[in-house]
Design a protein around this ligand. Structure first.
Ligand code: SAH
Ligand code: SF4
Ligand code: F3S
Length: 479
């Protein structure tokens, strides 16, 4: 494949650079006149992988596409534009994406005008972009996480000039305000409070794919939350790879505790936030969460490992003991708090004993929920240069034992809800039965319940009648 001069290809090494240069803040969204109605009469579909940052990016992509005339497709057989927003966090996430790109080959064969675009975190990886250019000619547009705002221009080049476009910048990144957004949810919304990450945990690709930590100003965030409240939204989730570090890169002396408190004062019924890194979790944050009823008592607090040596090699900068101390502080201060976590097994050098330390930590914390992963080396990260010395059978066995352990505690925690009445924000009705609904408690428990006259977006009091590992069952308390 000949590389065109016009293309911008990613470079993971450059992406790791951090300078002291100020973050550029861009308020204007620009669409060239000739692209204003580019999508008129055309349809689009977006396929999103990965975390909430990607979900929120897809809402921006949809917003931009609809601004230039595209409409959502009902039918993939006749769609004009497919965008695949990818995730690079683990090898299996990447494999799923490659499978999907492969599947779209057939659609492209039947419709040579179909534009298939690939964006997101995988597009920031040199090896992936080269692979796509070599092996997947049906992909006509590749753009990175820093290039979304240029979508109208890129699409013009693809659709009108019939060029293949590759535009992936590997840079620290800007903060764009006022980009169009099409929210996918009607009652719950994502609100970015910061972009990027500077933590460089040794296993993790995110600081390379998302650039440096850039906080939005508090004014912009509060304005967005106010607008969402005025539009009738019931819940916002403040998003960042590490929300606790919010504001450290601003000159304003504002931290996450202040932002949380100001957001709470707006009075939107439910505020969530994720993800919290244990390293930056202050006592002030714990106190603010405890103080305001509309800040949900649910904290996603990834621990990754319960072994100090592994934590050190992961670059997490806390010990099992300090994590436990923070956990205890949260549980003692915030009434009815629930904590979930992320754990990686099979990190290089993880001995049986080290893994036992993780199990021990899980026993002590009794997490409400956990996301558990087998370590996956990511090219370009420091851990990928360590010997991946744990064999796959051992990794699988550890994952199995870990899941057994946390499932046991989660079930026990859920059983404690039986007989209690909880407030549920309703997501919607079950597809199969119009009198069965699903929603979440303040502690983020999924509740399936029966009731009448219930609508999505309602707050409903539900009596819990049964508990499973991953959900609760109940019935609406009729008033
Ligand atoms: N910013 C968040 C994590 C985002 S990635 C935080 O710091 O907590 C979500 C989770 O994916 C991580 O918490 C980690 O458990 C897992 N993960 C990240 N890189 C991984 C890798 N290379 N292999 C396996 N799991 C990984
Ligand atoms: Fe990755 Fe660590 Fe940043 Fe989370 S804090 S995104 S795990 S580097
Ligand atoms: Fe995946 Fe990128 Fe999120 S790698 S987890 S989509 S930041």
């Amino acid at each position: 494949m000949k590389i065109k001069e016009k293309w911008s290809l990613p470079n993971l090494k450059e992406a790791a650079r951090r300078t002291r240069s100020a973050v550029e803040r861009v308020d204007q969204f620009y669409i060239p006149a000739n692209a204003l109605d580019l999508g008129e009469g055309k349809t689009y579909a977006i396929s999103t992988y990965g975390c909430q940052a990607n979900e929120r990016d897809s809402e921006t992509i949809a917003g931009i596409l609809e601004t230039i005339g595209f409409r959502p497709a009902d039918d993939l057989e006749h769609v004009d534009l497919i965008i695949i927003n990818t995730c690079a966090i683990r090898q299996n996430a990447e494999e799923k994406v490659l499978g999907e790109i492969g599947n779209f080959k057939r659609l492209y064969r039947n419709n040579k005008n179909l534009v298939i675009g690939v964006c997101g975190c995988m597009a920031q990886e040199d090896a992936f972009v080269h692979l796509v250019l070599e092996k997947y000619p049906q992909v006509r547009l590749l753009f990175g996480t820093h290039n979304i705002q240029d979508l109208p221009v890129m699409l013009y080049d693809v659709m009108v000039n019939h060029e293949k476009v590759v535009q992936v910048y590997s840079k620290e990144g800007e903060v764009y305000e006022n980009l169009p957004v099409k929210r996918f949810g009607q009652h719950k919304a994502w609100v970015n409070i910061m972009y990027g990450c500077d933590k460089f945990c040794t296993y993790c690709i995110v600081p390379y794919t998302r650039g440096k930590q850039r906080s939005r100003t508090m004014d912009e965030i509060l304005k967005e939350v106010q607008e969402l409240k005025d539009a009738g939204y019931k819940e916002v989730t403040l998003l960042g790879q590490n929300v606790n570090a919010y504001g450290k890169d601003l000159d304003e002396g504002i931290d996450f505790a202040t932002l949380l408190e100001e957001t709470a004062k707006i009075g939107i019924p439910r505020i969530r936030f994720m993800t919290s890194h244990p390293w930056d979790f202050t006592n002030e944050m714990v106190d603010v969460i405890a103080q305001y009823d509309n800040i949900m008592p649910f904290i996603h607090l990834p621990v990754q490992s319960g072994d100090d040596e592994i934590l050190r090699r992961m670059g997490r900068r806390y010990s099992a003991e300090s994590y436990l101390k923070l956990y205890k502080k949260i549980m003692d201060t915030i009434p009815n708090a629930a904590v979930s976590t992320d754990i990686i097994v099979g990190f290089p050098n993880e001995s049986d004993e080290a893994f036992e330390h993780t199990l021990e930590l899980v026993r002590q914390c009794q997490f409400d929920n956990a996301f558990t992963f087998i370590y996956s080396p990511r090219l370009g990260t420091p851990a990928a240069r360590m010997e991946d010395d744990i064999d796959m059978d051992t990794k699988r066995e550890r994952l199995y034992r870990l899941n057994e352990e946390w499932n046991r505690h989660a079930l026990k925690k859920n059983k404690a809800y039986v007989g209690k009445t909880v407030t549920v924000l309703v997501d919607g009705a079950s597809k199969n039965n119009q009198n069965v609904f699903a929603g979440h408690t303040d502690t983020n428990k999924l509740v399936n319940f029966t009731g009448t006259n219930v609508r999505a977006g309602d707050f409903v009091e539900v009596l819990i009648t049964d508990a499973k590992t991953f959900s609760l069952d109940g019935k609406a308390v009729e008033l």
